[in-house]
Design a protein around this ligand. Structure first.
Ligand SMILES: *[C@@H]1O[C@H](CO)[C@@H](O)[C@H](O)[C@H]1NC(C)=O
Ligand SMILES: *[C@@H]1O[C@H](CO)[C@@H](O)[C@H](O)[C@H]1NC(C)=O
Ligand SMILES: *[C@@H]1O[C@H](CO)[C@@H](O)[C@H](O)[C@H]1NC(C)=O
Length: 384
């Protein structure tokens, strides 16, 4: 190497170093995550309240049921891992939980608006709607500080007061508000009519969290519900309303309608909450691309549940994943998992597989699908 080359190499290395450390200094230090949502991010809430999601849930990663409606981990688990935090304990889980690094208020079947049905009626919606999740958060925040002051084991189980403003607040909720209308036999137009009310409720709750110190928000939009096997099975549409991927166009239109409104709400919130950094993440596009181009991405049978009991979508309302029947006094498993969940998208006809969750996470983590295009580990900033 001559002197000239050495000069350029040194300059290049120095510049690289400076750029890297600038980027690193922009990284946020999130001491905790507080999550609100439905089954897409439930790490044990509904299981704690209504009985464990049984085997084969958890088989691919935890090797036993782990409170998740999935063979393994959810997007929120990958978020926690990426931020260097442990997987979130569910707020409702009183045994073995550690809330030092946050809490998860999500439960499967949750909606933004409270439903007027119970879990055991049509649709199976959770009583822990977003307003209830907020009440739980509120109670959690207040009481954790009271107990931390007592010291002892409480100090090693509960977050510090300042962690509430430093935390990342994640939201993934809304899909069940859309399907609830269909479970009440509403038309797509009727569902659209109540979407503004759902969005207004969402906005109110996010503001409450801000009033309680929340500053960094990571908001997932809702997925292509028209591609979900159980919706296709329970609410079939005529052939002409299926798109090339086999998804029901009207349901996906409603999801997109909701998402446009959600994005609008986020824009309003940025104006109304001057200290908030709110990142809107277009999970819809990522999920739709995965389902509509499954083979290209290394996945198979995008509209068929991996774990289920027959039919076009391998989904059966009366024989779900893990279902058993008694024949001559012997229990036989009829809701069987597929051989290789790692190449499948739908786990049980309602929820995504770990492989699909990981695929989606890998695409959203760097900010490619975010507005503004902020990566996960910089989500405390309003701009890049
Ligand atoms: C539940 O019932 C109340 C009172 O009739 C109504 O205002 C509300 O919109 C209903 N909620 C839903 C989700 O339908
Ligand atoms: C809870 O987790 C934190 C962080 O990992 C740890 O320091 C603490 O000891 C744990 N608490 C208990 C009671 O295990
Ligand atoms: C919706 O329609 C179906 C079929 O007509 C009926 O069995 C069901 O009870 C209706 N559901 C509600 C909530 O009205």
């Amino acid at each position: 190497m001559n002197l000239n080359t050495i000069f350029w190499v040194v300059l290049y290395v120095l510049l690289g170093f400076i750029t890297n450390s600038l980027a690193a200094s922009r990284h946020c230090h999130f001491p905790a995550i507080f999550n609100f949502g439905d089954s897409n991010s439930d790490t044990g809430g509904l299981s704690a309240a209504f009985g464990q999601a049984g085997p084969p849930n958890g088989e691919s990663y935890f090797h036993h049921p782990a409170g998740r409606y999935c063979d393994g981990r959810l997007i929120v688990d990958f978020i926690a891992k990426k931020l260097g935090l442990p997987y979130l304990s569910a707020y409702l889980d009183s045994v073995g939980s550690n809330y030092t690094y946050g809490a998860n208020f999500a439960t499967a079947g949750s909606t933004i608006r409270p439903q007027n049905t119970t879990l055991h009626q049509t649709g199976g919606f959770s009583p822990f709607s977003l307003d209830v999740q907020f009440n739980q958060f509120n109670d959690f925040q207040r009481r954790t500080q009271h107990f931390r002051e007592k010291g002892g084991v409480y100090k090693t189980l509960l977050p510090k007061a300042e962690d509430f403003s430093g935390a990342l607040y994640t939201f993934d909720i809304g899909q069940n508000d859309l399907t609830s209308g269909y479970f009440h036999n509403m038309s797509t137009d009727e569902v659209k009519t109540y979407v503004p009310d759902v969005l207004a409720k969402f906005k109110t709750i996010l503001k409450y969290v801000y009033d309680h110190g929340g500053r960094s928000f990571w908001v997932h939009n809702t997925g292509p519900v028209g591609c979900v096997p159980y919706i296709l099975d329970l609410h079939p549409v005529e052939r002409s309303l299926l798109d090339k991927a086999g998804c029901a166009t009207p349901y996906n239109e409603v999801a997109k309608f909701f998402n446009r409104g959600l994005k609008e709400v986020v824009v309003q919130l940025r104006k109304e909450l001057p200290l908030a950094a709110i990142t809107y993440v277009d999970v819809y596009s990522v999920k739709y691309s995965l389902i509509s181009q499954a083979n290209k991405h290394g996945f198979e049978e995008p509209l068929r549940a991996c774990c289920g009991h027959g039919g076009k979508y391998n989904y059966n309302l009366h024989a779900g994943c893990g279902a058993k029947i008694k024949v001559d006094g012997k229990e036989i498993l009829i809701g069987k998992p597929c051989k290789n969940p790692s190449v499948r998208i739908s786990w049980d006809g309602v929820h995504f597989t770990q492989a699909a969750n990981k695929w989606v996470f890998d695409r959203i983590v760097d900010g490619s699908f975010s507005d503004p295009p902020i990566p996960l580990n910089m989500a405390c900033h309003k701009h890049l």
